[in-house]
Design a protein around this ligand. Sequence first.
Ligand code: GTP
Length: 333
Amino acid sequence: MKAVVLVGGEGTRLRPLTETTPKPLLPLVDRPILDHVLDHLVAHGVREVIMSSPYLEATFHPFIRSRDGVPSITWVTERKPLGTGGAIVSVLDLLGDEPFFALNGDILTDLDLRGLRTSHDTRSAAVTIALHEVDDARAFGLVERERDGRVTAFREKPRDSVPGAINAGTYLLDPAALRSWNPHTTISIETEIFPALIGRDLPVFGFGGDAYWLDLGTPEQYLRAHIDLLAGKVSGRVYDAPWIGPGASIHPEARLGTWVVVGEGGEIGGGAGLDEAVLLPDAVVGEDVVIERSIVGPGAVIGGGARLLDAVVGGGVRIAAGERLEGERRPAG
Ligand code: GTP
């Protein structure tokens, strides 16, 4: 099977981490988010992947070279951002006539893609949309369905906290359903293509389940994904907690809580205390630093005695000794 993986967003909500590294290439414990996504696809029978981006595209090339074998990856450069729908429509020529998967490249899930395929075939669907049940749908659009799972409407973000099924960013699509769109224009699959297909009465179905699912779009969710992986909540992934990357050095008098990831080559000084913290590769943490509920970008240096609480520090940034960051994002420069 083939899949289109959407990797071309700017990742604005994850700045400053995404200023130099596109979101799908940010590490997730031991390897880039995109490696997790591709491994999941391969485990469910996908052999060919098409990816495109208009943004920081050169940074994807070493990643693609690092993945030899399955899946084969075809790279397409977008001349302008085509949006989540345009990026798919513009590569239809590469996909043939069989249904294919399309998915956001910034989601951690153990969704049963084979089950989704079976559901799609059984219902003779044109589109099957993976759904995820949430208790509070305010941050998402809600997907309304009939009893048999047929999607009847996409509702905008509700104002009040209500439970419901949301679009989980993974689809199985019949290429014939998409051929009427112009391949050179910017289109949203969520707000333009799906509502139009439903309006034309095409068979659009939802596929629910109890899979683990998390969109890694914000610092809070990115941190949560690390904690959930360490806690064994994502099936098929096993990590030690805390997780210490290869070549990292931890002073014997540093205190690491359970939900801590120290990326490859990181250094933690004596007396430092870390809890619910993600340090990307080569971060250096001085003596007596406190880091809680925070993310430290690659190669950042945190001066002795500094305190980081609910903070995000960009790659290569230096935090002065004794400085206190609370609820702050610190970009480079
Ligand atoms: P924010 O700016 O923080 O909202 O993040 P984002 O740019 O990644 O947007 P969003 O999370 O809504 O995007 C969903 C998925 O679509 C992500 O995997 C993006 O990489 C991808 N995406 C968004 N816009 C484009 C685009 O114009 N082209 C391509 N190829 N992918 C896109």
